[in-house]
Design a protein around this ligand. Structure first.
Ligand SMILES: Nc1ncnc2c1ncn2[C@@H]1O[C@H](COP(=O)(O)O)[C@@H](OP(=O)(O)O)[C@H]1O
Ligand SMILES: [Mg+2]
Length: 248
């Protein structure tokens, strides 16, 4: 049986392939686009991931954006936290900034995870490899939502003179920090555990700072999976960004 890091990476990658195939078939047939394609992507990726988890990790519980929440997860020691398609909108617009999230929570902490980036033909996982952490750029590059950057995030950017880099998908944005394309991702205003669990597991394994925007720790597998904000950045930027966030 592959270890959890390799399994998470393989599962996210294979779901990404399913999503690419679904999109090519749908686009080629000309039968659906936009919202219908998004719905089809969510469903096919969910089906693929649920089947593999049931076959290859049958004793574990699952929390997925696309499945009914089974409260049995609250009494289990191992829970997979899944977003089968993060950046659904971007996927349906034939863009590359979307992701598949697979995380493993064990006894209170994220212990393994992977983020597939099919549009880049890449998967980042807690198994690495990671390139070294560089110094932040000047001005700081801040990943923000393409469609709903919050006023708080825009105010932080203004205060520190950051360059805004809009993109879709929470996983894609956290991965942009891991990959060194941007220096930080700050989000506020709403999200769920599946939007950040796998990206945060990978970012923490890469040595990045991960926390709520008040600096407190991100907790997963809670009864209510609403987890509305997060900060991911290099360790050298964390104090400065937390200070600015606290001052707003
Ligand atoms: N205010 C909000 N409330 C709930 N979910 C939000 C949100 N802002 C962002 N998200 C979720 O976070 C992910 C990334 O959003 P964005 O691209 O705007 O940064 C999306 O996940 P899904 O695509 O899985 O729905 C989106 O639904
Ligand atoms: Mg999501």
């Amino acid at each position: 049986m592959p270890d959890d890091h390799s399994f998470a990476a393989d599962l996210a990658t294979s779901a990404g392939q399913v999503l690419l195939n679904t999109r090519s078939e749908v686009v080629a047939s000309g039968t659906a686009g936009g919202k219908a394609l998004a719905k089809m992507g969510d469903a096919t990726a969910q089906e693929h991931i649920a089947a593999r988890l049931a076959a290859e990790r049958p004793d574990d519980a699952v929390l997925s954006e696309e499945a009914a929440d089974d409260p049995v997860r609250l009494s289990r020691e191992r829970v997979w936290i899944i977003d089968p398609l993060d950046g659904t909108r971007e996927y349906s617009e034939d863009r590359h900034d979307w992701a598949v999230h697979v995380a493993l929570w064990e006894c209170g902490a994220l212990t393994a995870g992977a983020v597939a980036l099919p549009g880049l033909n890449a998967t980042l996982s807690t198994a690495g490899p990671f390139s070294g952490l560089g110094a932040p750029a000047e001005p700081v590059r801040l990943a923000v939502s393409r469609s709903r950057a919050s006023d708080l995030v825009l105010t932080v950017a203004e205060r520190i003179g950051a360059e805004l880099v809009p993109m879709g998908s929470a996983g894609y944005k956290v991965s942009a920090v891991v990959r060194g394309e941007v220096d930080a991702y700050i989000h506020s205003g709403g999200q769920y555990e599946w939007d950040s669990a796998a990206p945060v597991a990978v970012a923490a394994a890469a040595g990045l700072h991960t926390s709520r925007i008040d600096g407190s720790s991100l907790e997963y597998n809670r009864k209510d999976p609403y987890l509305p904000d997060l900060l991911v950045c290099g360790p050298r930027l964390a104090d400065k960004l937390l200070r600015v966030l606290a001052s707003i």
